[in-house]
Design a protein around this ligand. Structure first.
Ligand SMILES: Cc1ncc(C[n+]2csc(CCOP(=O)(O)OP(=O)(O)O)c2C)c(N)n1
Length: 419
């Protein structure tokens, strides 16, 4: 168990060997000036050239799996540098791009999954809009949940309203599909909008971009997220009747929790799988902890999610609920959507939590240390914070919950109200 500086190291190495994804698609247009061959979708690098031509080569955002070929190409070209910054949340990315524009007069590029539009609405309306400062930004938005394309429940409504939201925010957009390979006219129009101080958006459909180079993200940490989760659920064996409740974060963590529960045969009524709403699991857990002081409420969080709404840690710390334990699986990355680094591998999250008012904080990097810390938290002297330093391993055959979010909610509510 450690509470000082850890030996976390996070590396990205670029694999330049060809990972060609040949797409059997007949293009409708020919991109002028880019090497698009018949039968291929647009190369992410060609798209980056278009973006650089429109604005400045300044990139920031929060990753999305649908945008992975594009983000990989940005990492390949700029690494993580003063030309490419992974933001804490999408609104913060808008702020960064706005600052870049103020200093250079050139629009930056902000990339995000469409679920991030919500985080960006405030700075779009009250910073970028022409009724305020009139600041141009080029948005690249991954279109999850596009109508007619099968996707997970958390993306369905967001996908339905994505274009409407952009209309409502008065952001001119173009949808980039697998067939799009000529953006010449769009670029002309977009340039005009940007010169007039307006943001513009490329909405990227699934499979629209391809890339041959995949960065290989890795850390030297020992523990995998799934084995740490299994250790945490071992606690339940001895918890008897006074079961614990677990609010689990967005992404693969919740999918792993679902599968562990299936293996255990213990049902799913003790867990809330926060399939969307990245970064809000802690406040969901806090809400339950306040209403159910006799129960022990755990928030099982990711470092990217915790960072996205870090202010909530201060609120939980100061609130001081004794029955709240916040566990952050710190793999230093957005592992679920491809492994792009967060800044958390350079932070001592346990120390951050301590300074934000948590009663006890721990950092562990071995399963044995995790076991002994978990023994100690059973007496509910919280809020407790546990940072688990993890690697980026996840199973290739990891499934998805087979029950619906509403079933999950109903089961948990039945359980909470019986108690
Ligand atoms: C507002 C918002 N932005 C982006 C995403 C896409 N997304 C889903 S999971 C994830 C990564 C989460 O990273 P972390 O919390 O560190 O967990 P890990 O995947 O590493 O376990 C991202 C960015 C999202 N769901 N919501």
């Amino acid at each position: 168990m450690m509470c000082g500086l850890s030996s976390k190291t996070f590396t990205i190495s670029l694999d330049f060997s060809t990972l060609c994804r040949f797409q059997d698609i007949v293009p409708r247009y020919i991109l002028s000036g880019a090497q698009v061959k018949k039968g291929e979708n647009m190369k992410a690098n060609d798209f980056i050239s278009i973006l650089n031509d429109l604005g400045d080569d300044f990139y920031t955002g929060v990753p999305d799996s649908l945008l992975a070929p594009f983000i990989d190409a940005v990492v390949d070209k700029y690494g993580i540098s003063d030309r490419h910054i992974v933001a804490a949340n999408e609104g913060a990315a808008v702020g960064l791009a706005a600052g870049h524009y103020l200093a250079t007069g050139k629009p930056g590029v902000v990339y995000m999954q469409n679920s991030g539009i919500g985080n960006a609405v405030n700075p779009i309306c009250s910073l970028l809009h022409e009724k305020v400062y009139s600041i141009p930004v080029v948005f690249v938005i991954g279109w999850r949940g596009e109508p007619g394309v099968k996707d997970e429940p958390q993306h369905v409504f967001q996908g339905e309203v994505t274009l409407e939201l952009l209309d409502c925010l008065e952001i001119p957009y173009v949808v980039v599909s697998k067939e799009t390979d000529d953006l010449t006219d769009t670029v002309k129009e977009f340039r005009q909008y940007l010169n007039d101080g307006k943001p513009v958006a490329f909405v990227i459909q699934k499979g629209a971009l391809s890339n041959d180079n995949k960065p290989d993200y890795s850390t030297d940490a020992e523990i995998s997220r799934e084995e740490a989760l299994e250790k945490i659920f071992d606690m339940d064996d001895s918890a008897g009747e006074s079961k614990n409740v677990y609010v689990c974060t967005t992404g693969k963590l919740s999918r792993e929790v679902f599968e562990i529960r299936e293996r255990q045969g213990s049902g799913h009524s003790f867990d809330f799988l926060t399939v969307g709403s990245m970064g809000h699991s802690l406040m969901i857990a806090q809400g339950i902890a306040l209403a159910k002081p006799e129960m022990h409420v755990f928030c099982l969080d990711g470092d990217g999610a915790a960072l996205m709404h870090l202010g909530s840690l201060a609120v939980a710390g100061v609130q001081g609920s004794k029955n709240l334990t916040h566990i952050v699986f710190n793999n230093g990355a957005h592992e679920t959507v491809g492994g792009l680094p967060t800044v958390c591998d350079t932070l001592e999250l346990a120390e951050v939590a301590l300074s934000l008012g948590y009663a006890k904080t721990y950092q562990v990097d071995t399963i044995n240390d995790l076991s002994s810390v978990l023994e100690g938290v059973k007496d509910k002297e919280g809020p407790v914070f546990i940072e688990i330093v993890c690697n980026l391993y996840s199973r290739a055959d990891l499934g998805r919950p087979t029950t619906t979010p509403v079933q999950n909610k109903n089961d948990l509510m039945d359980y909470l109200q019986r108690k």
